[in-house]
Design a protein around this ligand. Sequence first.
Ligand SMILES: *Cc1c(COP(=O)(O)O)cnc(C)c1O
Length: 413
Amino acid sequence: MDEKVFEIIDKESKRQESTIELIASENHVSPAVMKAVGSCMTNKYAEGYPGKRYYSGCENHDAIESLAIERAKELFNCNYANVQPHSGASANIAVFLAFMNPGDKYASLVLSDGGHLSHGLKINISGKYFEPVHYPLIYDEDDDGFETINYDAVREVCLEHKPKMLLCGYSAYPRIIHFDKMREIADECGAYLMCDIAHIAGLVAGGVHPSPFPHAHVVTTTTHKTLRGPRGGLILTNDEEISTKIDRAVFPGSQGGPLMHIISGKAVCFGEALQPEFKDYSRKIVENAQALAKGLSGRGFRLVSGGTDNHLMLVDLRKKLPDNTGKEVAVWMESAGMIANHNGIPKDPRPPMQTSGIRLGTPAVTSRGMGPKEMDQIAEWIDRVIISKGDVLVLAKIRKEIKKFCLNFPLPH
Ligand SMILES: *Cc1c(COP(=O)(O)O)cnc(C)c1O
């Protein structure tokens, strides 16, 4: 064994065991997913698709990819699935390649309002080779929908610019997405509707967020966030012609050989998400998010849009902590044993490397079996960290409490 490497991996395992994971895009996978991902399936080149490979010896890889595809279709209630994208960003690149030519326009939410870097950031391929036009949130504080998607403005932007695609689905958006309204707008302006459910896939699979089907022309997602599978991507559609284009855009359009060990892990993950217990799991994620939101609001924090409908929330720190940044708070929280990321809030006056907010999510803590009571305890710890303004003695004391607390919530094994 490689001692250097496994010593580091062992340390990482201990870090995960002894800290509270609040990053909204992370999770703890099952031992079965872990085993599939660490299996001999990694040894094979399986370029092509089941039954149509370029290399010999792919019978088991055909079987496992077909199984993953069948389970993905059943889970999301659709007709076609491509399980080969290496990641969420790779899945999005493949869809762009399938639907657009370089220079074509598409409509999306800007990163600073909660979008993803693969939805048009200038230095990403999605912003460099294609032309994003961004639709806004509601920025009027007196509006009931403050900081939620402005669907009327989505329509206006689309009617004005006639984009090839309308892209919805976000990375830091705490509210329900109305896919039906998005499809109406897409139809009105002759655009394809692309739904990127990377963050909420597990909630969709568990029935606690509306499904993008039957509204979407194409759906992309990751498999490692709320869906609790291995790191990877997935593309879904109901349309045969679109599925053919997507398959070509993934391979050979933008990828080479598929990661067959990861696809094995995806098959396990989809199988787990098809079990009745997964519905329970996804319901608990949302319940926990609401408990955490309540615990924070009750302690005087302002949450973007006033709360959450899903697994995540954005805390606007300015009210309680006007002189420190989200970046500083994330560092303090880490010293205390809570892992979160600093995140911009809509119309954030601070630059992206500092920000006025932090993003918190409950998929990982829910996987460890924590419930609403523990969420209130976490809110209290966060509050103490912030009141202390990073006081090292306070952080050290909380660190000790959290280490002890974590012993009661072992990682899935
Ligand atoms: C996380 C995320 C992605 C990208 O996933 P990677 O696997 O990191 O490439 C794409 N879209 C959205 C909305 C995301 O939140």
